[in-house]
Design a protein around this ligand. Sequence first.
Ligand code: NAD
Ligand code: LMR
Length: 330
Amino acid sequence: MSKAPVRVAVTGAAGQIGYSLLFRIASGEMLGKDQPVILQLLDLPQAQKAVKGVMMELEDCAFPLLAGMIATDDPNVAFKDAQIALLVGARPRGPGMERKDLLSENAKIFTVQGKAIAEHANPDCKVLVVGNPCNTNAYIAMKTAEKVGRIPSKNFTAMLRLDHNRALAQLAIKTGRPVSSFEHIVVWGNHSPTMYPDYRFCTSNGESVKDLINDETWYREVFIPTVGKRGAAIIEARGLSSAASAANAAIDHIRDWWLGTNGRWVTMGVPSDGSYGIPEGIVFGFPCVCENGEYRIVQGLPIDDFSRERILATLNELMEEREGVKDLLG
Ligand code: NAD
Ligand code: LMR
């Protein structure tokens, strides 16, 4: 017997990430090849015509798993009974901007959507914020939703998976080994240049990647900044922010959360429970494993002086961002 469809809400459906994301969700790449989905697409009133065009193309793919779709400019309709909410819709940065420069423009979106999710979504809705600055936007949505109280705060997550994937790709290029050989990479903190890609625990076919590369200067002066500034490098090269790789990372994040990681570590931006001294509620990139539809922060990793310094730097930036949205959250 076929499974009941899962309702997936996607905001910013007419945008560039939306265009790379929706077809893959509808083809079963996110929730599995036996899982029908209903797409609930949100965008601004002026983008509704473009959303209709995307829906026409989705229809024309004749995806067997696409059990229905709606388009709306009303968040209360878009999030109704949603079991998964991908919050992509927000302004992207242009050349010369940092992601936190978007905070004043994008923050309000996440108060409105956090409330709508809390009031209308499935009570176990899993939320992934992609729109930047994604950690603090996820924090805003979570805090707004907490006032309604129907959705667990831990269900509000932010996308650090693109940074995780970028780190893997750089290690694969450096060592000449396949991406699939690597395990246990983690990117701590904020999705911003202060993020801390940490390869201390990373292995390739069981061998320590740190020992294999054996070049701390490359690690500190090339690897960490390359991963941290990759988004800006793509904007510089393309004239537009990353889209297909961002959509791919969103698929990876939700797929692993929904279907499990079989013990593999993945980086997720999740509200801290106090782990590693990160204040509770701050949405922070942590190493996670997923099982039975739940994520768990990997515990007990040693934090050396360099790592502590880097983790504090990215935490301080998130605390500043939190301070900046205090008034918005009342
Ligand atoms: P885009 O401009 O192509 O599309 C954004 C879409 O969102 C547009 O269709 C716009 O109409 C819509 N939108 C704006 N406000 C909305 C609202 N209130 N409700 C619903 N829809 C709304 O942008 P994009 O390239 O798709 O990027 C979207 C966001 O994702 C940006 O903030 C970008 O910085 C961010 N991003 C994050 C990551 C990450 O790793 N976290 C990676 C890439 C991009
Ligand atoms: C990225 O990392 O590619 C996105 O967050 C877009 C950006 O502004 O860097």
